[in-house]
Design a protein around this ligand. Sequence first.
Ligand code: IMP
Length: 430
Amino acid sequence: MPLQIIVGTQWGDEGKGRIVDWFAAHAAFVARYNGGDNAGHSVTVGSQLFKLHLIPSGILHPNAVAVLGNGMVINPKSLLAEKDMLRAAGIEVTPKCLHISHAAHLITPAHQAMDAALEAARGKGSIGTTGRGIGPAYTDKSARRGLRIADMLAPDFSDKLLAHLTDSNKSLAQLDAPALEIQPILDAFKSYAEAISPYVFDTSTELALALSEGKQVLAEGAQGTLLDIDHGTYPFVTSSTTTAPGVLPGLGLGLTSASGATVTGVCKAFQTRVGSGPFPTEVFDKLALRLRGTGANPWDEYGTTTGRPRRVGWLDGVLLRYAVRINGLTELVITKLDILSGFETLKLCVGYQRDGNILSDLPFGPSNIEAFEPMYEELPGWSEDVSRARRMDDLSTAARNYLTRISSLAGVPVSLVSVGPEREQVVLLD
Ligand code: IMP
């Protein structure tokens, strides 16, 4: 299929980066369509671990052009730092392999300062944002006062940026937050504009053309279904459309581009979340530490962007089924199966109950799930290390049964299972 959309089915951190990297081997374009540097996509190639926040994971493949779509909010300082990090690792990022939409929005230091000030003002009700200025940048976009990549290339950009910073300082004062020093930001953005201008393209047109020529376009979702601004655990969500339908407005593609698309949902073999908000299957204490890891390994459950320990729990089949419906998933990829080796039994949430009523689906979306009690099915665990498994037959019956049960709960087939951080550590299913 020319268009393949890869989305997270949970609260982000499902391991999408390494899965996009796996599928990107034959892609002509790998395009991000939402979010900004709040994302943290980790890809391990040989002995090198890449932590990407803005640039799509496809950049690690010489065949693919990496695209930052119009649905994104881009902090140019982070983007240039990521480019330098890749260069230091031997990957040259040139205008041949990185294309930025002229219509993507900018994140400025004022957005970051507003993010921090708004979180402080929320007090106990804080969302636990990544502090990257994502919410304030999308707020400016919706209020039709945002700054776009194309603005940065226009002669009056300094005036627009000055007006934005002056207004933001007024808003910061209302929140008792310190004002920003304006001149250094104006100077910095002048140099960012020069550095970024060769990378600016009409990405909507080039992606449409690629699809019409039958070339493969991979759309890389950031965050996950349950952080979607409309369909997530509102208000504990991010500010963009993280779900698969967001690919169309976020990349500037028409409806028919998606007909026949493969929609791949990446689902961790257990559940994690960073930041505040409901999490019915959350576990604590020793069990949480066992699932999270101590932080000694790069794949332990600590935020790639913020380093915060992630909340952890059993896989929630009700939320997974919801993610299948909202995204229109055609297949699932299960990640981190190796972390579950060594459990005597595993729990899977197969329904919710409240006041004697049993529900296998969400009554009003996921926002009020705190009011429900998860109902679990227990499955036998497995003791063997699965990290060397490459075919379904290499897995024990218990591990295969766990995957089969997830697939039956979701109602879509599992196409791939990752059993370790390395590129080749995957089990390919029929
Ligand atoms: P924001 O996107 O920084 O505004 O954060 C809003 C919520 O989304 C917070 O709970 C964050 O922890 C969460 N979030 C944002 N990006 C990611 C991500 O890439 N992985 C996991 N959680 C994220």
